[in-house]
Ligand binder design. Structure first.
Ligand code: NDP
Length: 274
């Protein structure tokens, strides 16, 4: 019998997750399908109930529901519990929901394994304090950067995250006007690219040999990738690798089998060029 999975969000039509999970299923011989489901902005709780009633086995959660989803799930991994955001849910046979967050491990695998970027001893700047940002802070700090500054449009959300994660490393935060000094790695975890915008960044914040990473992926350069290239980044990386890596960890949680990611990243890059 075919098992059903989905990614929920708003907007969600742009998502590559159905393609990624279909490739993982082919590769590992798993009998499943995976769709996108747009949920009304005020309809997460009823949307989850509906998916559960339809017999879905699990879902991914994307913008803007990761923090709301955290509130809906009583059973969570320790990392998701601390992150305050959930991007993966398992619908258990007994009717309960288990939540996890695979974004941070997905980002770190892409930075470190796929792009050979060193984080230890580096100055990191994280833009955004929403669901995606919350999930990556603890995993990034595990790699012992010398500092992590979180900048967000709503400054209080950034400072709240600093308090929450203070025990895990040297972390500061505030509004974009509070950014000072320069950074080795700048990670964009805002939804600004979805609106064709770049957060209001000061000049001269990227170190020579600095790297920029946009969690957003699109078939053409995102506004932040364009900004990175204009400001001399030696690498300007989009979020495709993270998307595939975090999906692989979700797949493993649902199916108990770890798919191979590199071939799937290459496949999607090739589709972009045809
Ligand atoms: P949320 O809605 O939870 O958070 C959005 C964040 O973006 C908030 O910090 C918000 O600031 C900020 N923001 C929104 N618009 C602007 C703007 N115009 N200028 C500056 N800041 C802005 O979304 P998520 O955290 O779930 O997702 C963020 C992005 O990361 C999305 O583009 C998503 O596609 C991408 N993503 C990619 C993943 C991957 O695997 N590649 C995984 C997860 C996310 P404020 O708090 O002030 O509202």
């Amino acid at each position: 019998m075919t098992d059903h999975y989905a990614v929920i969000g708003n907007p969600v039509n742009h998502s590559k997750s159905p393609l990624i999970h279909t490739e993982f299923a082919k590769q590992t011989g798993q009998d499943l399908d995976y769709i996108t489901r747009k949920i009304p902005l005020d309809g997460l709780a009823s949307g989850l109930k509906q998916l559960q009633a339809e017999g879905f086995k699990g879902i991914n959660i994307t913008v803007p529901f990761k923090e709301q989803a955290w509130l809906q799930v009583s059973d969570k991994s320790a990392h998701a519990q601390r992150a305050g955001a959930v991007n993966t849910i398992i619908f258990n046979d007994d009717g309960t929901l288990t939540g996890d967050n695979t974004d941070g491990m997905g980002l770190c695998r892409d930075l470190i394994n796929n792009h050979q970027i060193e984080l230890k001893g580096k100055r990191l700047l994280l833009l955004g304090a929403g669901g995606a940002a919350r999930g990556v802070i603890e995993p990034l700090l595990k790699y012992q950067p010398s500092s992590l500054f979180i900048a967000n449009r709503t400054a209080s959300k950034a400072t709240d995250l600093c308090t929450l994660f203070a025990a895990f490393g040297h972390v500061d935060g505030g509004g974009y006007d509070a950014i000072s000094g320069s950074f080795d790695v700048i990670i964009n975890a805002t939804a600004a690219s979805l609106n064709g915008e770049v957060p209001p960044l000061p000049e001269n914040i990227l170190n020579p040999n600095g790297v920029c990473y946009d969690m957003m992926y699109s078939d053409s350069d995102t506004p932040f990738i364009i900004w990175a290239k204009q400001h001399g980044a030696i690498k300007a990386i989009d979020g495709l690798g993270m998307l595939v890596e975090q999906a692989a960890i979700s797949f493993q949680l649902w199916r108990g089998i770890q798919p191979e990611t590199k071939a799937v990243i290459m496949l999607i890059r090739q589709l972009k060029t045809v």
